[in-house]
Design a protein around this ligand. Structure first.
Ligand SMILES: [Fe+2]
Ligand SMILES: [Fe+2]
Length: 233
């Protein structure tokens, strides 16, 4: 499986694994503090953890220093590698998720995950305050997205996804690809839930969106949000 790690900012990397057969990339986001501790948003699949750890090592960081893990919902690509992380890390790993998700993570992995509240802001380190925004039923009942306040970056999990490899931050208009992906996989629920989530997301000033599948998005953020609100299923 081809995988790569891409530097986005001094303290932000994207690890991406592309699965040819389904034409989809799976992204994990690596936020690095000054003392080189790692906050991982999305774990990726359990079977892909070796590649993720290798890529983290290749940029001079150490998987043993993963000290925070954020799980946007209870699904294999979002939390599957958690037991491997708990095993490899030498830190007291804090796991953050929606209460329904933490219940599952604690029961299955003994993860001691911490439930976050809707719109709760947690300071990870100076310059990294993360706001957890519930997006229930989009597309799971424990779904949330994560907004990095200082960087105006939204880690949108399964919202705004596109087929194809991760190619960095795409400033072109990708709305056709985003909508095609929603229709093809039919993974989004009722308009009410989706619109409610989009309204909550829109309250934040967003410069970049990083979905967990496909490339980062910039320049057309309002258009993306408004277009999904007008979608018909
Ligand atoms: Fe998902
Ligand atoms: Fe996903």
């Amino acid at each position: 499986m081809p995988s790569k790690i891409v530097k986005i900012r001094e303290n932000l990397y994207v690890n991406s694994i592309f699965i040819d057969k389904i034409g989809l990339s799976f992204n994990q986001f690596i936020v690095v503090s000054k003392d080189e501790k790692i906050t991982l948003i999305e774990t990726g699949f359990r079977n892909d953890f070796a590649a993720l750890a290798e890529n983290i090592t290749s940029i001079g960081l150490n998987p043993e220093n993963i000290n925070n893990v954020i799980v946007p919902h209870f699904e294999a690509d979002e939390m599957g590698a958690l037991p491997e992380i708990l095993n490899v890390s030498k830190q007291k790993v804090k796991v953050y998720a929606h209460p329904i998700c933490t219940f599952g993570l604690n029961d299955i992995f003994n993860a001691r995950a911490k439930p976050v509240k809707d719109n709760e802001i947690i300071s990870i380190f100076e310059g990294c305050s993360l706001k957890f925004i519930y997006t229930q039923h989009v597309h799971q009942w424990d779904s949330l997205v994560v907004y990095w306040i200082e960087q105006k970056i939204l880690f949108s999990s399964d919202l705004f996804i596109q087929k194809g490899e991760f190619t960095g931050i795409n400033s072109e208009n990708c709305i056709t690809e985003i909508i095609a992906s929603i229709h093809k996989d039919n993974y989004l629920p009722s308009h009410n839930h989706l619109n409610h989530a989009l309204d909550k997301i829109k309250e934040n000033k967003i410069d970049i969106i990083f979905p967990m599948h496909g490339s980062g998005l910039s320049n057309h953020i309002d258009l993306y949000i408004d277009s999904l609100k007008e979608l018909t299923f």
